[in-house]
Design a protein around this ligand. Structure first.
Ligand code: NFA
Length: 103
């Protein structure tokens, strides 16, 4: 007679537990050439902001030199920063977004 098949169950203390991903800020940099209304339109289109939110972020970057736009996992942050920067480049503007890892 054969024993019943044994089902493999990991001990609780070795259960797979994914790590919390690092988060990255997307930062809007001020420049002297990109029109304010174009910056607002990019923030609304790429970052799904309302016009009021986009105006606030644009004005903060304009006054202070830079403003955090949003926080994402690395791949999403890099993609959004590139989409925003390329939207400016297509119009010949120096508009730039960077990313920075959170502490
Ligand atoms: N400083 C730009 C202007 O006066 C507006 C701007 C804001 C550009 C934020 C880039 C980022 N036209």
């Amino acid at each position: 007679t054969t024993a019943p098949p044994k089902v493999q169950t990991p001990a609780p203390e070795v259960e797979a537990r994914p790590e919390r991903p690092h988060l990255y800020k997307v930062i809007l940099l001020n420049d002297d050439y990109t029109p304010r209304e174009f910056v607002v339109s990019v923030l609304m289109g790429v970052f799904r902001m309302t016009e009021a939110e986009a105006l606030g972020v644009m004005l903060t970057a304009h006054r202070r030199g830079a403003c955090v736009v949003a926080v994402f996992t690395r791949e999403v942050a890099d993609l959004k920063a590139r989409q925003g920067t390329e939207a400016g480049q297509r119009k010949g503007y120096p508009l730039a977004f960077t990313t920075e890892r959170e502490d």
